[in-house]
Design a protein around this ligand. Structure first.
Ligand SMILES: *[C@@H]1O[C@H](CO)[C@@H](O)[C@H](O)[C@H]1NC(C)=O
Ligand SMILES: *[C@@H]1O[C@H](CO)[C@@H](O)[C@H](O)[C@H]1NC(C)=O
Ligand SMILES: *[C@@H]1O[C@H](CO)[C@@H](O)[C@H](O)[C@H]1NC(C)=O
Ligand SMILES: *[C@@H]1O[C@H](CO)[C@@H](O)[C@H](O)[C@H]1NC(C)=O
Ligand SMILES: *[C@@H]1O[C@H](CO)[C@@H](O)[C@H](O)[C@H]1NC(C)=O
Ligand SMILES: *[C@@H]1O[C@H](CO)[C@@H](O)[C@H](O)[C@H]1NC(C)=O
Ligand SMILES: *[C@@H]1O[C@H](CO)[C@@H](O)[C@H](O)[C@H]1NC(C)=O
Ligand SMILES: *[C@@H]1O[C@H](CO)[C@@H](O)[C@H](O)[C@H]1NC(C)=O
Ligand SMILES: *[C@@H]1O[C@H](CO)[C@@H](O)[C@H](O)[C@H]1NC(C)=O
Ligand SMILES: *[C@@H]1O[C@H](CO)[C@@H](O)[C@H](O)[C@H]1NC(C)=O
Ligand SMILES: *[C@@H]1O[C@H](CO)[C@@H](O)[C@H](O)[C@H]1NC(C)=O
Ligand SMILES: CC(=O)N[C@H]1CO[C@H](CO)[C@@H](O)[C@@H]1O
Length: 646
């Protein structure tokens, strides 16, 4: 491969740029030990041979949850009991005593609500809007447990899933030791969430931006070259993931030694003090460019990487990704490999669609020398492969003697989790073995032409669930109307519940879905997916808007929204009421009447959807229809690929 040559070109660039000496070596192993560090890779970004543990790692069947997850769930569910009592304790449920209800049923944990939260993709728009949602759900956020707010929902949840931009949010929270959003917002120059410095230019240190940028690209190239030199196939996602890390991981150089599997090793996680993070990505068959609704959906949980779909139906131990699995085992002649599951690489995988964007950055102001080099990298990697992450060696090679193509190729190609149109990471949460009762689905998708949601990811997941003899493989999902109905009935303008009546779902056990669509409460939050730069005030306005989206402006949206926390609580309790044969309290019946989709449809093509900002007092000066220069031309490649990225 000529990539080494490209790296050399970058090194050369570093030397000529500015005429200042550039550091010649990167010490990859010296990542500082700090309270936030989980940098346990053996050799920085480069995966390394290690001796295998006594029980050699294997691929296991997806027919059950891992023993790790099962054991952890017992711990976590107990933690959520007290969190739910706090949560319900803040909410007026009229004559129904939800705290006593939880107390009365806590001895049989299966009867207690099992909550999931899902944060969609959509670049920095999804990251910031999703951050506002998480901030609102987090009891640690100041004022979040006051009347009208929803603080404590995060502490009550068992699972938190993300993909693409939502996956950046997830990664930034978990890799930084389950940081609060407020904390991530208060970091200073040189640290995380400095989105005013575009990811294409890198962090600002003390020098000239052009110099910092050259140094940044030099560092990206150098670190990725290390992985390649150790014999691993690389893809553009390696560079992309490294770049993301600088913005999301609070450690020197974006923490090249931080692994995703280290989340499972942190004490607070082991003690069940936080929900389980689940990151979603899609599979792509060799030679394919279209990601269909039947493409394999993968998840990264803290212990494993794999899929419940019939195509793979297996899980690999995340810590040992990069080892040469064959037929589900590592041959005795081979050593084990660790350090492949770099946290940035995992986040980059889930958002690999941005590769193409980065490579077509001709409208932005990065130095043209760098653009040329990026273009060269693209050429080297091959046009068709610019949006994939290469998982090589393929952990599922030969596994189950599967006839699917995945099992027969030495490389596994993994792509952006939103490319199959399921831009909400619902797949891990609708697995029957996880028994989730309710999903709070925060949708920041750009489904309309002006970047608003219209239910499209729910439609995609619903349609997939109908293929019961094939890809659905035991999953069920509430009935979801078409996208026109979403707009005509305004289902995308406020929280809407789907699947309220579980007996109307005939395909299996499905959770109730609380759909929380992005909407302009206090700022026009429909920024382009490809806006890569947010000033701090813009970032914070987006986060506040996200807070307002999920709390209905702290229940002040209009005169009738003061019931919102009560109704969210009813959604949480709904499936539990079924199991315990509890009569639905009158206050909840009213809520369901009001917030549940009633099954009606209006599929007429609607007029252009252009919601106006809700709260007149808002200081926002955002543009109603976002159009950043060059966005149209940037969209062309996606349209050509038939990909509509939410
Ligand atoms: C997962 O479970 C296996 C088998 O019980 C155990 O050996 C391993 O240490 C667990 N992993 C973690 C990260 O706890
Ligand atoms: C709780 O809500 C009911 C209406 O559902 C209302 O009558 C009552 O005053 C509220 N209680 C408190 C303490 O706000
Ligand atoms: C990481 O966060 C801590 C605060 O918890 C801060 O003091 C430190 O400077 C940050 N480190 C880096 C490398 O940004
Ligand atoms: C997925 O669907 C496409 C067309 O919709 C079809 O060509 C392909 O064979 C399907 N793949 C699988 C694994 O079912
Ligand atoms: C790791 O071990 C394999 C043999 O199992 C060898 O081919 C490879 O070169 C080793 N990699 C490194 C980086 O030492
Ligand atoms: C983008 O810029 C590079 C370098 O300036 C050039 O080689 C490439 O052809 C340009 N691509 C497009 C689509 O204009
Ligand atoms: C896979 O095929 C080989 C040879 O046909 C056979 O020995 C082995 O048992 C099969 N493995 C599984 C898991 O079916
Ligand atoms: C809702 O509460 C949050 C957090 O206190 C605050 O930032 C936001 O401005 C409030 N929303 C409205 C509409 O007042
Ligand atoms: C717990 O409740 C479920 C029904 O929700 C029931 O099937 C199960 O038997 C109960 N377990 C115990 C130990 O009572
Ligand atoms: C109930 O299920 C049917 C059949 O799937 C569907 O047409 C209808 O819209 C559903 N009703 C609700 C309220 O979800
Ligand atoms: C259906 O939606 C169209 C387009 O928004 C609207 O003009 C029409 O009035 C709606 N029909 C009904 C019965 O509400
Ligand atoms: C419920 C169900 O259909 N499960 C199937 C999922 O896919 C695997 C692998 O093909 C089957 O073994 C399961 O029976």
């Amino acid at each position: 491969m000529k990539l080494a040559g490209i790296s050399t070109a970058l090194l050369t660039l570093g030397c000529i740029s500015g005429g200042v000496a550039i550091p010649t070596a990167l010490d990859l192993t010296s990542a500082e030990i700090s309270p936030r560090a989980f940098s346990n890779a053996p050799d920085g970004y480069t995966p390394a041979n290690v001796s295998c543990p006594a029980n050699r790692p294997t691929i296991r069947s997806a027919s059950s949850l891992s023993t790790n997850e099962t054991a952890w769930i017992d711990v976590r569910r107990q933690q959520t009991v007290s969190a739910m009592k706090d949560f319900f304790g803040h909410i007026n449920m009229s004559s129904f005593d939800a705290v006593s209800y939880i107390n009365n049923h806590a001895s049989n944990i299966t009867n207690i609500p099992n909550i999931g939260i899902a944060v969609s993709g959509g670049g920095y728009r999804a990251l910031t809007n999703g951050a506002g949602a998480i901030k609102a759900f987090d009891s640690r956020t100041e004022h979040s447990t006051q009347t009208g707010h929803l603080g404590g929902l995060l502490q009550s949840a068992t699972y938190l899933s993300g993909l693409s931009g939502g996956g950046w949010l997830l990664g930034s929270i978990y890799i930084n030791n389950f940081s609060t959003i407020s904390n991530l917002q208060t970091y200073k120059e040189g640290e995380v969430w400095q989105f005013q410095n575009s990811i294409t230019k890198g962090p600002k240190t003390n020098g000239l931006q052009a110099w910092d940028t050259a140094q940044y690209y030099y560092d990206l190239a150098k670190v990725v070259a290390g992985k390649k030199d150790a014999g691993f196939n690389i893809s553009f996602t390696d560079y992309w993931g490294r770049a993301l890390s600088y913005q999301l991981i609070n450690a020197t150089d974006g923490g090249p030694s931080y692994t995703w599997s280290s989340i499972a090793l942190t004490q607070d996680f082991k003690d069940g003090k936080m929900p389980m993070p689940l990151l979603v990505a899609d599979g792509r068959n060799p030679g394919e460019t279209l990601i269909g609704s039947n493409s394999t959906v993968y998840e990264f949980n803290p212990w494993e990487f794999g899929s419940f779909d019939p195509s793979i139906y297996g899980f690999a131990p995340l810590e040992y990704l990069g080892s040469h699995f064959s037929n589900g085992e590592i041959p005795s002649s081979r050593s084990c490999v660790r350090g492949f599951d770099n946290a940035g690489f995992v986040m980059g995988t889930s958002s690999s669609l941005f590769n193409q964007f980065i490579l077509k950055l001709n409208t932005t102001d990065i130095p043209s020398t760098l653009k040329k080099i990026l273009a060269n990298i693209l050429e080297e990697l091959g046009d068709r492969n610019d949006d994939i992450a290469i998982y090589s060696p393929n952990p599922f090679y030969g596994y189950r003697n599967a006839t699917v193509e995945y099992a027969q190729t030495p490389d596994l190609n993994v792509v952006d989790g939103g490319e199959d149109k399921q831009n909400l990471p619902l797949h891990p949460l609708i697995q029957p073995t996880r028994n989730v009762d309710v999903i709070f689905a925060v949708d920041s998708s750009a489904s309309t032409s002006n970047n608003w949601p219209n239910g499209s990811p729910l439609v995609a997941t619903y349609e997939r669930s109908l293929n019961s003899s094939g890809i659905a493989n035991g999953t069920a999902f509430p009935s979801i109307p078409d996208k026109n109905t979403f707009i005509n009935l305004g289902l995308n303008t406020h929280p809407t519940f789907f699947g309220c009546n579980s007996s109307n779902i005939t395909t299996g056990h499905a959770p109730l879905v609380v759909y929380l669509p992005n909407y302009p409460y206090t700022t026009y939050s429909n920024k382009s997916t490809f806006q890569l730069k947010y000033d701090i005030s813009e970032r914070d306005d987006m986060i506040t808007n996200g807070y307002n989206v999920v709390t209905m402006a702290n229940s002040t949206r209009d005169s009738s929204s003061s019931d919102w926390p009560t109704c969210a609580a009813c959604a949480i309790l709904s499936r539990s009421f079924d199991r315990t044969n509890t009569q639905v309290p009158a206050v909840c019946s009213q809520c369901f009447e009001k917030y549940c989709w009633d099954g009606t449809r209006n599929s007429t093509t609607p007029a252009a959807y252009e919601p106006a900002i809700l709260m007149a007092s808002a200081k926002s000066a955002g543009l109603k229809n976002m159009a950043v220069p060059g966005v149209f031309s940037l969209l062309v490649p996606f349209v050509v690929l038939g990909v509509w990225f939410g």
